[in-house]
Design a protein around this ligand. Structure first.
Ligand code: NDP
Ligand code: GDR
Length: 378
């Protein structure tokens, strides 16, 4: 049985990858951070009692900023494969916490590589680094490939640039099997709520149900190559199953603006939106609401009226330096790994809106049934 160690197992990709590897018969170890509230929602369905004789899944407390703890976990678990997914992964937040982001996202990978090397596991342990299309930053060429020059535009991107190069350096210096997956944006119903896709699908569900009045966004002109996390974790695994370690771009090859994504998500929730105005004055206004959709949601009539403004701009969501356009060319992954995405953006947005609508309906039923959200101080 192969053994994998996943850092960042409580995150979106960690959860999908853990499930994927368990289905392939791996023993999966994961590193989770200690927090004052439970942070394992995304992997609770995979949890196994440590006393289970057929144990395949085990969590360890740890942090990428703590090398002694990483050394201990790697020594104890002796993994065949390490997937380094842990990171302070929010680009905007990295401008507020640049030093921490550099420590976790940049030096974190160095700590893992050094631990593997010092423990004498270089020949048996294969390592994946979660690199990112944010490395490209300021547009140099499109579509972006493994050969496109990097020009990161945020503390997050710069930290990930260090992790990218230290992975390449350890591969060349010590002959380690270490790969960078340069993954473009990928999303899912379990995406963090402050990333723009999930922020929009969640708001579309809430606004269509009358639980929220409006949605504030930042730069609607930014364009991203959005795929589905389920497709992308498969590519991570494929990269570690090759004869030679290499770096690969993983992307769909289609780029869509935030504005268009918002239009798609609201349409999935049965609300037709039209945008007008420029810059921070731009607005998304309701044109129509689909009666079939609002009846499906158990509403007698839509809470929305044509002409109502439901999307507004708040410049607090703008970044000091923006990445305007990402569009990836995954030809190398297609040819060498045999990887192609199965989900379209439309499929994914529909899945996310459906999932958020179910979550919001639950919320509404609880309120209507007189059950309040638990308030510790009441
Ligand atoms: P998430 O933000 O959903 O998950 C990040 C994970 O890292 C969480 O488990 C988080 O723990 C953990 N983590 C954060 N800081 C530390 C730390 N100091 N020590 C240990 N664990 C830590 O990210 P995704 O799943 O979306 O992304 C996975 C990786 O892929 C990240 O490295 C990200 O930068 C990278 N990436 C993501 C892309 C995307 O579009 N999703 C695209 C390209 C790269 P907790 O749950 O406690 O917060
Ligand atoms: P990104 O994802 O920065 O590409 O990083 P995010 O969803 O945060 O932003 C995408 C684009 O949308 C614009 N935007 C907004 N973004 C957020 N979060 N909130 C808003 O209200 C908003 N309005 C407009 C942003 O300016 C940006 O242009 C993600 C992360 O998962 C990284 O970890 C990963 O490396 C990259 O994708 C690839």
């Amino acid at each position: 049985m192969k053994t994998a160690l996943i850092t960042g197992i409580t995150g979106q990709d960690g959860a999908y990858l853990a499930e994927f590897l368990l289905n392939k018969g791996y023993f999966v170890h994961g590193i989770k951070r200690r927090s004052s509230l439970f942070n394992t929602d995304r992997i609770d369905h995979l949890y196994q009692d440590p006393h289970d004789r057929n144990l395949h899944f085990k969590l360890h407390y740890g942090d990428l900023t703590d090398s002694t703890n990483l050394i201990r976990i790697i020594q104890e678990t002796k993994p065949d494969e390490i997937y380094n997914l842990a990171a302070q992964s929010h680009v905007k937040v990295s401008f507020d916490t640049p030093e921490y982001t550099a420590n976790a996202d940049g030096l974190g990978m160095l700590r893992i590589l050094e631990a593997v090397r010092l423990l004498g596991l270089s020949e048996t342990c294969r390592i994946y680094q979660a690199s990112t299309s944010e490395l490209y930053g300021l547009v140099q060429e499109t579509p972006q490939t493994e050969k496109t020059p990097f020009y990161p535009r945020s503390p997050y991107g710069v930290a990930k640039l260090y992790a990218y190069w230290i992975t390449v350096n350890y591969r060349e210096a010590y002959n380690m099997y270490a790969c960078n997956g340069i993954l473009f944006n990928h999303e899912s119903p379990i995406r963090g709520e402050t990333f723009v896709t999930r922020k929009i699908t969640r708001a579309a569900a809430r606004i269509a149900l009358g639980l929220q009045q409006d949605l504030y966004l930042g730069n609607l002109d930014a364009s991203r190559d959005w795929g589905h996390a389920k497709d992308y974790v498969k590519a991570m695994w494929l990269m570690l199953q090759q004869d030679k370690p290499e770096d690969y771009v993983i992307a769909t090859g289609i780029s869509t603006t935030v504005r268009e994504l918002a239009r798609m998500a609201f349409a999935e929730a049965g609300v037709e939106v039209e945008f007008s105005g420029k810059g921070t004055q731009e607005k998304g206004v309701v044109i129509d609401a689909d009666p079939e959709k609002w009846r499906e949601m158990g509403l007698e009539e839509s809470p929305l009226r044509p002409g109502q403004t439901i999307i507004r701009i708040d410049d607090r969501y703008y970044r000091p330096t923006e990445v305007d356009l990402l569009i990836g060319d995954a030809s190398k992954a297609r040819e060498q790994l045999g990887w192609t995405p199965e989900f379209t953006l439309q499929d994914m947005v529909a899945e996310m809106v459906r999932s958020d609508t179910r979550l919001m309906l639950k919320d509404r039923y609880l309120r209507e049934g007189g059950f309040k959200i638990l308030n510790y101080f009441e």
